[in-house]
Ligand binder design. Structure first.
Ligand SMILES: Nc1ncnc2c1ncn2[C@@H]1O[C@H](COP(=O)(O)OP(=O)(O)OP(=O)(O)O)[C@@H](O)[C@H]1O
Length: 341
């Protein structure tokens, strides 16, 4: 479905002495099979959107090759565009037409008949909770409604391969849960392949068969969410010791089974491979040493722990750091044409 080898995208940023080259995507290889839901995860500026823009033919790769649905993204860009659905991060620009007309025109652009596009568009309006808004002009819709309209436009022609760039950003929790269901159904009902970027770790975890983590333009991990979590970090055991005086001995006992042991007041924490196997013995040891606990908590690893282990940074911190750089002035780089839609 998607195969890429050595994809690179460089941009020139700044002017004069400030001029420098950014390698936004720096040698990405991808193999995505039919029917997979793949989550593309990484902090702001990691290269997710740039990768997606190359795969959807909006940006010509500086180097490397990619095929999407069997078509080369450079030589057969029109065929790539016709064979995919794409919901961009920025969202579409809408004319002054009613939402329903936009959707029908969009479907017809992909070769659907008017009646088929109308039927499918109305079904999607219902599934994405846009009932009653068919005749509304998009400019009079709320941000979340417009976002869902973007998604209808990306799906109306029933593509078998769908690219979604941060599809749930700006949606309220209920709309997000609804879209998650919809994305799941794309695969189970339509057998579609879905490639989605997201900032939300829970979303990637929840939806993806496989997760690709990108950092500084390079893929740093690719596996199922469970394998990633199991491979790179263990469970966090967090003990709250009843009496301060027993904190050092508790830390010593925990260190016999855990790594990264740290103390914070009466709390002692450490990471163990498998808490279910190791904690019962620890509790016996602590009891024998006269330690009373106020609480014990076992925290299963998250994708953020995976990211931290792989890159030394938390995905959330990395996002915060990057957000201060957002107003760097960049030269406009010409896009290689836009899809017909
Ligand atoms: N048109 C451009 N000109 C110059 N630099 C660019 C351009 N587009 C992207 N970049 C830079 O390329 C890098 C990757 O950007 P990209 O948008 O692909 O990241 P991202 O992972 O999608 O981030 P986000 O999560 O914020 O959408 C960033 O450093 C960004 O500033």
């Amino acid at each position: 479905m998607i195969h890429a080898r050595g994809l690179v995208q460089t941009f020139q940023t700044g002017r004069g002495k400030q001029k420098r080259e950014v390698r936004a995507v720096d040698g990405v290889d991808l193999d995505i099979a039919e029917g997979e839901v793949v989550g593309f995860l990484g902090p702001n500026g990691a290269g997710k959107t740039t990768t997606l823009r190359m795969l959807t033919t909006l940006l010509r790769p500086t180097a490397g090759t990619a095929t999407v649905n069997g078509y080369d993204v450079v030589r057969e860009s029109v065929m790539v565009r016709r064979s995919i659905g794409y919901v961009s991060q920025a969202g579409g620009t809408f004319s002054q037409a009613q939402a329903g007309d936009e959707v029908v025109d969009h479907g017809m652009l992909y070769g659907m008949s008017r009646s088929r596009a109308t039927t499918r568009g109305k079904e999607l309006f219902t599934q994405l909770q846009l009932d009653g808004l068919w005749e509304r002009m998009p400019k009079n819709m709320s941000g979340g409604q417009k976002r869902r309209l973007d998604i209808v436009m990306g799906l109306v022609h029933d593509p078998t391969l769908v690219f979604l760039d941060e599809p749930t950003t700006g949606l309220d929790p209920q709309a997000r849960a609804n879209l998650w269901d919809h994305i799941r159904r794309l695969r189970t009902d339509n057998g579609a392949t879905v490639f989605l970027t997201t900032h939300y770790l829970d979303e990637a975890d929840e939806l993806s068969d496989r997760i690709l983590i990108i950092d500084n333009g390079r893929i740093v991990a690719a596996d199922t969410p469970d394998n990633l979590k199991a491979q790179v970090s263990g469970d966090l055991v967090d003990l709250e010791i009843a009496d301060d005086a027993f904190v050092p001995v508790s830390a010593e006992k925990l260190a016999t089974i855990a790594t990264e042991v740290e103390t914070d007041g009466r709390r002692v924490r450490g990471r163990v491979r498998r808490a279910g196997r190791e904690v019962p013995g620890l509790l016996r040891d602590l009891d024998a040493a006269g330690v009373s606990l106020d609480s014990i908590e076992v925290i299963r690893p998250t994708l953020d722990d995976v990211f931290l282990t792989l890159t030394g940074r938390s995905l959330r911190d990395a996002q915060d750091e990057q957000s201060t750089d957002d107003d760097v002035v960049v030269e406009q780089v010409p896009a290689q044409g836009v899809p017909q839609s």
